[in-house]
Design a binder for this molecule. Structure first.
Ligand SMILES: Cc1cc2nc3c(=O)[nH]c(=O)nc-3n(C[C@H](O)[C@H](O)[C@H](O)COP(=O)(O)OP(=O)(O)OC[C@H]3O[C@@H](n4cnc5c(N)ncnc54)[C@H](O)[C@@H]3O)c2cc1C
Length: 454
């Protein structure tokens, strides 16, 4: 885009940065290190009023507005314009009696879990503690207990959002924008806080089983058959990856091709042990830490990488998972595939199928699985990696119904209009585009998986 010369800066209580200022690089840095936003102005928002004043300022100058909490879900990077960094907005208020939390824009999952467990409650968080609660929820939010409780976005009670006209709106279910905001990322404005449900869960039975080498295909086949009739109280995922042969890796993992089955179950330990028996029958495990754990430790289930790195990823939602699909996927992603990837499936279905009354914009509810492929270092240029990931994705096209927005990482054609349309059912994108024309006609909020105003 043509960069506009900035002659006036927004008036906010939080700090303001321009390129060259000390602190600018720290503000754009995030979990994704492959690329970053490159805004002309950054506001480190402290309060909702900072967000409101910044959006009003941007609108007055016709500048696009990007938002970042952690950088986990960076898609279309800003090149100029304004970036609102929400990481200083960390307020959490729990209402234990109502079983709700009011969560400000910069809160990460780990902080919310810590606050909730104090009250014998838990949020519907995903696999990593460092993901932002708001970005995760605005993309639907597939949690550790997703099959039992459904999408995190179905459990939102109120939304505070600054829209392109510079108004801070308080949305409730039934308001026109409420259902549009949930499922569309930052397309309709900057959310300053969400009020969300908490659940009365204090422990889960869960952890990870790992199988290596020749047992990987057997583990995948066992998991595929097993997921056909496990209860909704059990949510699981399988990943397949070759650990790099580098000294930084623990000796036991180095250079090995491994399948990881991560799961969480809210029933008893005895029932959990009984349910996982067919998986253990696959053979000797490289690791097996299934146990009853306090919810505070739930981030250990998936063992997501804790440190920032570069990654690109695609996913496809599937209505079924026949052996033909897993065979094709395994061949396309295995150690001889030429692209270092973490490939795998998460089991969906259960409560994820059920739509709540708020009419949120999370679609493809008939999906029973999501297949994912995430690049690891060493795959080549971003374009080459995207090309290979697209080929992997094509192997599943006979069973594919669309994409999940949260598990798409990377810019370019991985965040274009075709990809974005494939997130929604027929008709949803056009309805959202009409609302976008009403609430953000100049498309100020376009640094995301963009819904273009009609
Ligand atoms: C290691 C890892 C594990 C993950 N695990 C899961 C999982 O288990 N389940 C799942 O569903 N997803 C998961 N995700 C995906 C994650 O939920 C998305 O990437 C999400 O967008 C991250 O939000 P963020 O705020 O942390 O990231 P950011 O990069 O800071 O934000 C991503 C986007 O979210 C939007 N956004 C963020 N804050 C606001 C706001 N206040 N107002 C408006 N828009 C906003 C913007 O469009 C922004 O570009 C995971 C991602 C990673 C990298």
């Amino acid at each position: 885009m043509t960069k506009t010369a900035i002659t006036e800066l927004p008036a906010t209580t939080g700090p303001v940065f321009q390129p060259g200022d000390t602190g600018y690089d720290a503000e754009i840095a995030g979990y994704q290190t492959g690329y970053t936003h490159q805004p002309a102005v950054i506001v480190g928002a402290v309060h909702a009023e900072d967000v409101r004043a910044t959006v009003e300022y941007a609108a007055r100058h016709g500048l696009p507005v990007a938002v970042q909490a952690t950088g986990h879900g960076l898609s279309v990077a800003a090149d100029g314009g304004v970036l609102i960094n929400t990481r200083r907005m960390t307020d959490i208020r729990i209402d234990a009696q109502a079983r709700t939390a009011r969560v400000a824009a910069g809160v990460q999952a780990g902080a919310l879990i810590e606050a909730a467990v104090e009250h014998g409650l838990a949020p519907l968080n995903g696999s990593s503690n460092s993901v932002g609660v708001i970005g995760y929820t605005l993309g639907g939010g597939i949690g550790l207990l997703a099959r039992e409780y459904g999408y995190a976005a179905e459990h939102v009670r109120a939304i505070d959002i600054v829209t392109a006209d510079g108004r801070l709106r308080h949305l409730k279910p039934g308001d026109e924008l409420f259902g549009a905001v949930l499922g569309t990322g930052g397309n309709f404005g900057v959310v300053t806080a969400l009020e969300i449900d908490l659940i009365p869960v204090t422990t889960v039975y869960g952890g990870q089983l790992q199988f290596e080498g020749a047992l990987v295909p057997r583990a995948l086949e066992a998991w595929r058959l097993w997921t056909a009739d496990v209860p909704e109280q059990l949510t699981s995922a399988i990943g397949m990856l070759s650990f790099p042969d580098i000294p930084q890796m623990p000796e036991a993992m180095r250079g090995k091709y491994v399948a990881t089955i991560s799961l969480a179950f809210t029933g008893s330990a005895e029932e959990g042990e009984r349910l996982v028996a067919p998986l253990r029958e696959v053979g000797p495990r490289l690791a097996d830490d299934l146990r009853v754990m306090p919810y505070l430790e739930s981030h250990a289930i998936h063992r997501d990488p804790p440190t920032p790195h570069a990654y690109t990823a695609t996913n496809v939602l599937l209505t079924e998972l026949p052996a033909d699909a897993t065979d094709a996927f395994l061949e396309a992603t295995g150690p001889d595939s030429g692209l270092p990837v973490v490939a795998g499936f998460r089991h969906l279905g259960g409560a994820l199928r059920r739509r709540g009354p708020a009419g949120i914009s999370v679609d493809h509810r008939e999906a029973e699985y999501v297949a994912r492929a995430i690049s690891m270092p060493g795959g080549g240029t971003p374009e080459a990696v995207r090309e290979r990931l697209s080929q992997i994705q094509k192997t599943l096209s006979p069973w594919t119904i669309g994409h999940n927005p949260n598990f798409l990482y990377g810019g370019g054609d991985f965040a274009d209009e075709a990809q974005t349309k494939a997130i929604y059912d027929d008709g949803t994108y056009d309805r959202l585009a009409a609302l976008k024309a009403e609430y953000d006609p100049r498309n100020l909020f376009r640094h995301n998986r963009n819904i273009r105003p009609l």
